[in-house]
Design a protein around this ligand. Structure first.
Ligand code: AMP
Length: 517
């Protein structure tokens, strides 16, 4: 038999296949209409079938395969089939509208666009205008014209050779300011981070992971899925966050990865107890800041300390709280093995000492290859010594734990002073009766920006005057919000991130015509 050519990422999956692939479950899909089980033998056969189907359609190594479909196990087989065919997987958020899809297709120029059959009529002309030659469909139940093509294709495939530097995926950033950019992720970026995380978090083939995240984002697609793939474990696959079902699954599971909303929603379930979570060994949170209060409430209810980690589309995961050792609420832990992280002065680039807040920069095998077709943007985001400027402001404390203070663009400059929103948010959140808050800068005629807090009040929360009075004693005057606004809930995106840009837009005129207040 001829020697098989190397496919960097899929070879890693092969290297960790269970001894008897047909006897081991890779995915158990838990949907309202029932359960379906897919073994590692199914993974091999189905990803080969998709790879064959793609090649038969004319998809060549290096071509992009853009995919905007509902979550299902088939999407993962298509992801792996794309990687095996040497092509580049490009998932798109299912919430994107036709004009948004038009931008992504025009920018990425995929060879094939896969969408939900229900949207094919609407999106076919969009794909056509973008010059995309092929359109196929796949629905949330794993059916559609691409699934049919895979059914008809053979279930053995000779993986196309791909080296560590070749692209495996392009993930577009969520683009809350400016245009969304395509982050180019290589085989080695994905493979190295999966191995690092699996080791750091002690994953083995005995793990059963609750997977209720979307699969168009780095958290659900790469962190969760790849960690299981490189350890030969099992996933319990839910179409979306469903606290009651998650609770019911915990006695059969060992780990869960979620965004902070998972934890706040689960905390509202009366069934969340030590007994209900006794079989679990690990709860991971990331993609948005986990409130220290949520961390504590979770510990009280379950006896488990949530492990918070920090990463981004461009870099995969950068830091993690320790598996053994103190998982400190409000921090994102230490740089992962192989990842260099530093905090520098945002203007001068000079390295800062412990406890000093500045721009977080990272370097390592996890860091992406650059923005798709944006060489200038890529050059602007990398330092000459190879460090990537994350855009996140933070600090490293005296014990080496990394703290995220907020996005650089969320920094408020008022009367020439820098104000870091998180410091103000922490003070407000600690007041009795306050559920949560978001602090933003709004255009102000005298100060440039006026510090403004948008607060979700709970029972017994103080009113505007009460919040301001409480903050007066603990914050320097320039940091104190000029106004406190109240709302029922903060606007969040699919990954649970507070959309401060939405808040800034909707309150942009608040200080128009104000003089010094
Ligand atoms: P995304 O590219 O959508 O994954 O977003 C990445 C951004 O999410 C980072 O640059 C951070 O601003 C934020 N983020 C991710 N994890 C955390 C965390 N644990 N705490 C605070 N912010 C986080």
């Amino acid at each position: 038999m001829a020697e098989r050519a190397a496919n960097h990422l899929f070879d890693l999956v092969r290297a960790h296949l269970p001894a008897e692939p047909a006897a081991r479950t890779f995915i158990e899909a838990v949907t309202p209409s029932g359960e379906a089980r897919f073994t590692y033998a199914d993974l091999l056969a189905r990803s080969a079938a998709y790879a064959n189907a793609l090649v038969a359609l004319g998809v060549r190594p290096g071509d992009r395969v853009a995919v905007q479909v509902e979550k299902s196990p088939e999407v993962l087989f298509l992801y792996l089939g794309t990687v095996r065919a040497g092509a580049v997987f490009l998932p798109l958020n299912t919430a994107y509208t036709a004009p948004e899809v038009a931008y992504f297709l025009g920018d990425a120029e995929p060879a094939l666009f896969v969408c939900d059959p229900a949207r094919a009529a609407q999106l076919a002309p969009v794909a056509d205008r973008a010059g995309v030659a092929l359109l196929h469909t796949l629905d949330g139940a794993g059916r559609g014209s691409l699934a049919d093509a895979a059914d008809a294709a053979g279930d053995a495939f000779a993986d196309r050779p791909r080296g560590p530097e070749d692209l495996a995926a392009i993930l577009y950033t969520s683009g809350t300011t400016g245009r969304s950019k395509g982050a180019m992720l290589s085989h080695a970026n994905l493979a190295s981070n999966a191995q690092t995380l699996a080791q750091y978090w002690h994953f083995t083939d005995r793990d059963v992971l609750i997977h209720a995240l979307p699969v168009f984002h780095t958290h659900g697609l790469f962190v969760a899925t790849n960690v299981v793939l490189v350890t030969g474990g099992t996933m319990l696959f839910l179409p979306r966050l469903d606290p009651k079902t998650i609770l019911a699954l915990m006695p059969r599971a060992t780990a869960m990865m979620g965004v902070p909303t998972f934890y706040t929603r689960l905390l509202k379930e009366p069934g969340l107890t030590r007994a209900a979570t006794a079989h679990m060994r690990l709860f991971v949170s990331g993609s948005a800041p986990l409130l220290a209060e949520t961390h504590r409430e979770w510990s009280q209810a379950t006896g488990h300390a949530i492990l918070e980690r920090y990463g981004m589309t461009e870099t995969n995961m950068n830091t993690s709280n320790p598996y053994e050792g103190a998982r400190r609420p409000g921090t994102v832990g230490f740089p992962l093995p192989g990842v260099a992280l530093r905090v520098v002065h945002p203007e001068t680039g000079a390295p800062l000492g412990a406890e000093e807040v500045g721009m977080i920069e990272v370097k390592g095998p996890n860091v992406f290859q650059g923005y798709w077709r944006m060489p200038d943007k890529t050059a602007a985001e990398f330092k000459v010594d190879g460090f990537f400027i994350t855009g996140d402001l933070g600090k490293i404390d005296r014990d080496g734990y990394v703290h995220i203070v907020g996005r650089g663009r969320d920094l408020i400059i008022t009367g020439g002073y820098n104000v870091y929103p998180k410091e103000i948010e922490d003070e407000i959140d600690a007041l009795p009766g306050i559920v949560e808050s978001a602090v933003i800068g709004l255009p102000h005629p005298d100060f440039g920006e006026g510090v403004t807090a948008v607060v979700v009040p709970g029972e017994g929360a103080p009113d505007e005057a009460g919040v301001l009075a409480a903050l007066e004693g603990c914050l320097a005057k320039y940091k104190c919000p000029k106004r406190i606004l109240f709302c029922d809930a903060l606007p969040r995106n699919a990954m649970g991130k507070v959309q401060k840009n939405v808040l800034r837009e909707s309150h942009s005129g608040l200080y128009a015509g104000s003089s010094k207040t």
